[in-house]
Write a protein that binds this ligand. Sequence first.
Ligand SMILES: *Cc1c(COP(=O)(O)O)cnc(C)c1O
Length: 387
Amino acid sequence: MPRTDFLPYALPLIEEDDIAEVVDSLKSNWITKGPKTMEFEKRFAEFVGAKYAIAVNSCTAALHLSLVAAGIGPGDEVITTPMTFAASANVVIHVGATPVFADINPVTMNIDVDRVKEKITPRTKAIIPVHIGGHACQMDEILALAREHNLFVLEDGAHAVYTEYKGKMIGSIGNATAFSFYATKNLVTGEGGMVTTNDEALADKIRVISVHGMSRNAWNRYSAAGSWYYEILYPGYKDNMTDIQAALGLTQLAKLERMQGLRREIAERYNEAFAKLPELEVPVEEGYTRHAWHLYILKLNLDKLKTDRAQFIEELKEEKIGTSVHFIPVHLHPYYRETYGYKRGDYPQAERTFDRILSLPLYPKMSAQDTQDVIEAVKRVVERTRK
Ligand SMILES: *Cc1c(COP(=O)(O)O)cnc(C)c1O
């Protein structure tokens, strides 16, 4: 039987402990960056196994601040994947540099290292690999290329809280990693992000420029131990996290293991149900990664179906199942077409993949029945639309 109520594509898991911690922060009077933010930074750094973590107000800010701190600017080129959220490339433009795209491996949907090689020029200064859906990129190959050409490796880990690469947590590998705690991500603070790094000088610079470029942050100035005096070391930004957000970050991090177990369970049930249908291709988990299952991206074998992806999504909507698409290749957005002259055909793997993907609901709040409803709805749509 189809559902009667609509199953949203994504929902956060907010429980009593999350609410209590936020209320505690409100009652403490520390509502901007303060003790909870510093505690969250410390615990997050320990969790990913990085020396430093700087909490900010979004992954976009984390990416931007990292590029600024790495000294990337006008005249420089930064290579990233077209199969990502536009923020991964927008930040390159924010620092005055030029985003350059390298096509994807259609199986993992991550950036293809051989295509990266072809795009390196004397102007290339950095690579932004994106661990799409929570599946790690081939970091050894990317790091080797970066060493050879002296490139800064900034990982977009928006999907990769909990992802491992060869037993190492994402966040401990590249020069810097940017995480997102946006409402739909694996760990949520409403809006929020984090930079992790093992580079002390880079961490110090990001910390300073994330709060106006001031030599001392509010905690150091207004707490009993503080002093009123500060200096502006750089015309910085206002990108810091607040303690209200960090309160959520702390309780969410404490329950991450449980939430990830639930994500994996759902992904495994989907895999089991869909792997045998020739009309569908299920996501892979290569031996070198532990998937964080941020997204469950299903690929349609369009040659075996009478519908296209848009129609497939409409049919699922009629079955009361919410879905999404990750992502419209960045080079196909109007700004990128008009500014850089990109067109269809420039990144064939990303484009062909885009035409056949949809993301199914996958979040800890889903009940066993919700998961079953998605499976049955997808099967019904396949039955109705197979050739
Ligand atoms: C969500 C997302 C971002 C942006 O995260 P914000 O915290 O909303 O700034 C960046 N990159 C990818 C791949 C994302 O999915």
